[in-house]
Write a protein that binds this ligand. Sequence first.
Ligand code: BTN
Length: 257
Amino acid sequence: MGGFAPSESFRLIALDRVDSTNEEVKRRALAGDPGGLVIWAREQTAGRGRHDRTWSSPAGNLYLSFLLRPNCTVAEGPQIGFVAGLSVASIVQSLLHNDEHVTCKWPNDVLVDGRKIAGILLESAAGKDGRIDWIALGIGLNVAWHPDDITGAYPATSLAERGATSFDLGAIADRLSRSVNAGLAVWRREGFATVRNRWQEIAFGRNQRVSVRLGNETVSGVFAGLDAMGAMILTQENGESRTIHAGDVFPSGFAIT
Ligand code: BTN
């Protein structure tokens, strides 16, 4: 699988409990931390997901956030989510049996056999010049347990449910931080193209019909791949391509509520 080989690591700070590792990263960014930092917490009291959803965070799963100062434009920032998705997918695959199907769902989820095992939350602030000042790259990985909701298109799963035997959260945090570091080096050196190609190889729904919810509107088409910046390209029934910058992807035929 197209992850990134471990290299040097970030500074890793381990906490027993915090409101949200993304929030802690934000506080440290605003206090002037130079970046290259990972905050890992055993428990979060106010974990959050995309679209302000709650990310339930009792002890047992992995909650960590990177503080990055990537020196890139605001438009390039979301590409870092794909770097992280590849790292998570590769580590998940290595901890499971080989027959399990690990995919990345646009923009930033990781699925095992269509079930969500990890989510990624990117939050950032721009500097004066249209470039990124800092990014909080938060990763939540279901290790020991997962939420029970089975009503959505992607019910959750965990490493434990899938039969993994390693639950050493510190070891997983360390591998993840090394892999993300290596991935960021590839991204800086080669640009987004290499990351994009690897991500597309394991993309959920690629070349298949999907529906995408964009606020109040739902559009359908074939997920053709990513554009040069990481946006989703949807080929609609009339043959026209539509570029989607934000939305939720569903398998075609799923009743979106
Ligand atoms: C999603 O799928 O909606 C993204 C979930 C991201 C959860 C992680 S857990 C570590 C970090 N801290 C947070 O409060 N959220 C992210």
